[in-house]
Design a protein around this ligand. Structure first.
Ligand SMILES: [Zn+2]
Length: 165
């Protein structure tokens, strides 16, 4: 067998909902939103974290802008797909709309706490929706499915370290 490994696909029932919503994100992100108090719900769940209401609907944030509040560089992974692509950067972005979301960090983002980022929904190699955080000035092509590897290019550790300086 010589099949390439895929990213992990194990998801909770809420992960499946997240995945279904992501298919209509078209360059933005789609999250549940509370119809009573307006809060955006992430991680996905079936009641509002602010008012405990259950009156939720899906809504698209066309320009999901936010601020990078934390990030880390993974050096190893138990997942074969990621292990072949180390190091790998992930971060926490506080969206202007309210929720904090975890995203893969795209090429071009400086990885500086406090920097502005745009979060978009992309598909990974396992056909699952994930978030990627990008430099807000970066062009995001519309009208087609965006792929994680369009924005996060696996590089040698030396290239990555030089880029981080
Ligand atoms: Zn609410």
């Amino acid at each position: 067998m010589n099949e390439d490994p895929l990213p992990p696909i194990a998801r909770s029932p809420f992960g499946e909902i997240f995945d279904a919503m992501g298919r209509s994100a078209n360059g933005g992100i789609v999250l549940p939103r509370c119809g009573d108090c307006g809060a955006w719900i992430y991680p996905v769940q079936n009641f509002c974290r602010r008012c405990l209401g259950e009156n939720l609907h899906e809504e698209r944030i066309a320009e999901a802008l936010g601020t990078l509040v934390s990030w880390t560089r993974l050096q190893t992974s138990l997942e074969p797909w990621f292990r072949d692509r180390m190091p790998w950067d992930i971060g926490l972005v506080r969206l202007d709309a309210g929720p904090n979301v975890i995203a893969h960090l795209g090429e071009g983002l400086e990885r500086r706490i406090g920097e502005r980022a745009r979060v978009v929904t992309v598909k990974d190699a396992a056909d699952r929706c994930v978030f990627v955080a990008l430099d807000p000035s970066r062009d995001v092509p519309g009208g087609r499915t965006l792929m994680l590897e369009d924005f996060v290019v696996a590089a040698s550790p030396m290239t990555r370290d030089e880029a981080a300086d």
